[in-house]
Design a protein around this ligand. Structure first.
Ligand code: MG
Length: 379
C-alpha cells in the first residue's frame, strides 16, 4: 500500500493523480488533500478518498468544510496547514502539485519529514534548486519528477552513470501559437492562448507553453534535478509531443522515452517508482502516427526561452526573478490587462533592472520574489 499526500488536489495534476489512485484502489491510499479556494471539489474529493487530513486556503473555508466532512477528519488551513499536510506522518509519497512559489516551503517540509517527493511544482527547483537538492541528498530523500519531460529524462538516465551522459534534450510542442509569426502574436486573445494542441493542463502552464517560458523553467529544473551544466541541456521543437525528452550518451547512443501525451503516465511513475504498473492510458500506435517531426528551436521567435537560459546561467537570484515576474505577467495577461507580447516585455524589463545576488535561504528567496512581483505589476 502506497500512502499519498496530495498537495494541490483540485488542479490539473491533482485531479489526474486522483484518477490514477482510483484505478488502483487496493494499492493506493490518500492520507492528505490540500486545495486553495475550490472548496466544492475538495469536499467531494475528501468524501470519495477519505484522507486523514484536508487543507484549504483560509480559516473561513476550513470552517465551512467542517460542516460537510466527518468529525474524524482533521481540517487545517493556510501556509501552516500546507506544511502539516506535507509532513503528515502517514504518507510515503508527497505529490507537490501546487502552482506557484507557495510550493517551496511545503516541499522542504516533505523532505525534512523523509518523504519521497513526486515533484510537480516548477517554482521549487527554479527558485531554490540549490537548497532543495542539497536537502534531499542530505536527508536521503528521492525527488521523482512528475513533469513529462523530466520524467522522460529520469527514465532514460535510470541506472546510467552521469559521466556517460553527453546532453539532455527537452522536447517542446511549441504551444498554442507554434505556427504563428511574431506579427500575428500582437493581438492574440486569452481564449486563443488557452487552446493547447496536445496537452490538457492548467491555465498558467498553457500560457507558459505559448510563450516558451514553460520550457525555460524546465531547462532550469533539469539543470538542478540532473546536475547538468546549461550548455549540455538542449531544447528541440517536436510538435507531436510523442518523444517526451531524450538523453544522448558519450557513444552517441540516444535513449528516448515515448508515449501518447497523457500526464497520468509520468504521474503514476512518480508514485510507483522504481516499479511500473499498468495505467488506464492509451497505448502508443507508432504505425498510426506514421511520422514524427522536429524543428530547431528559434530563439528569436521565442525570446523568453533565451531569457530563461540567460537567467539560469547567471544563477543566484536571477531564476527567482524570472519566475516571479512571469507569474505576475501571466496573471495580468489572463485578466486582459496586458497583451500577450507584453509578457516578454515585462520579463525583460524586470530582469534588466535586477542585479543577481546570492539566495542562501527561503527568507531571502521570498524577498527577491516579492521585489520582482512588485515591479512586474507596475510596468
Ligand atoms: Mg512539461
Amino acid at each position: 500500500m502506497k500512502k499519498i499526500a496530495l498537495l494541490g488536489s483540485t488542479g490539473s495534476v491533482g485531479t489526474q493523480t486522483l484518477n490514477i489512485v482510483s484505478h488502483h484502489p487496493e494499492q493506493f491510499q490518500v492520507t492528505a488533500l490540500t486545495a486553495g479556494n475550490n472548496i466544492e471539489l475538495l469536499i467531494k474529493q475528501a468524501k470519495q478518498y477519505n484522507p486523514d487530513l484536508v487543507c484549504l486556503a483560509t480559516k473561513e473555508l476550513a470552517e465551512e468544510a467542517r460542516l460537510h466532512l466527518p468529525a474524524s477528519m482533521r481540517i487545517v488551513y493556510g501556509e501552516e496547514g500546507l506544511i502539516e499536510a506535507a509532513s503528515i506522518e502517514e504518507a510515503d509519497v508527497v505529490v507537490t502539485a501546487i502552482v506557484g512559489s507557495r510550493g517551496l516551503p511545503a516541499t522542504l517540509a516533505a523532505i525534512d519529514a523523509g518523504k519521497t517527493v513526486a515533484l510537480a511544482n516548477k517554482e521549487t527547483l527554479v527558485t531554490a534548486g540549490h537548497l532543495v537538492m542539497k536537502r534531499a541528498r542530505d536527508r536521503g530523500v528521492a525527488i521523482v519528477p512528475v513533469d513529462s519531460e523530466h520524467s522522460a529524462l529520469f527514465q532514460c538516465l535510470n541506472g546510467e552513470p552521469r559521466e556517460a551522459v553527453n546532453t539532455l534534450t527537452l522536447t517542446a510542442s511549441g504551444g498554442s501559437f507554434r505556427d504563428r509569426s511574431r506579427d500575428e502574436l500582437a493581438n492574440v486573445t486569452v481564449a486563443d492562448a488557452l487552446r493547447h494542441p496536445n496537452w490538457s493542463m492548467g491555465a498558467k502552464i498553457t500560457i507558459d507553453s505559448a510563450t516558451m517560458v514553460n520550457k525555460g523553467l524546465e531547462v532550469i529544473e533539469a539543470h538542478w534535478l540532473f546536475d547538468m551544466p546549461y550548455d549540455r541541456i538542449q531544447v528541440l521543437m517536436h510538435p507531436e509531443s510523442i518523444i517526451h525528452s531524450f538523453v544522448e550518451f558519450k557513444d552517441h547512443s540516444i535513449i528516448a522515452q515515448l508515449g501518447d501525451p497523457d500526464m497520468r503516465v509520468p504521474i503514476q511513475y512518480a508514485l510507483t517508482y522504481p516499479e511500473r504498473w499498468a495505467t488506464p492510458t492509451k497505448r502508443l500506435d507508432l504505425a498510426a502516427i506514421a511520422k514524427l517531426s522536429f524543428r530547431e528551436m528559434d530563439y528569436i521567435r521565442f525570446p523568453c526561452l533565451k531569457l530563461a537560459y540567460d537567467c539560469g546561467i547567471m544563477g543566484q537570484s536571477a531564476p527567482t526573478v524570472f519566475n516571479a515576474a512571469n507569474e505576475v505577467a501571466v496573471a495580468r495577461f489572463l485578466r486582459e490587462e496586458i497583451s500577450f507580447l507584453d509578457i516578454e516585455r515585462v520579463l525583460e524589463t524586470v530582469i534588466s533592472r535586477h542585479e543577481a545576488v546570492d539566495l542562501p535561504d527561503v527568507q531571502s528567496i521570498a524577498e527577491v520574489d516579492l521585489w520582482a512581483r512588485r515591479l512586474a505589476s507596475e510596468i
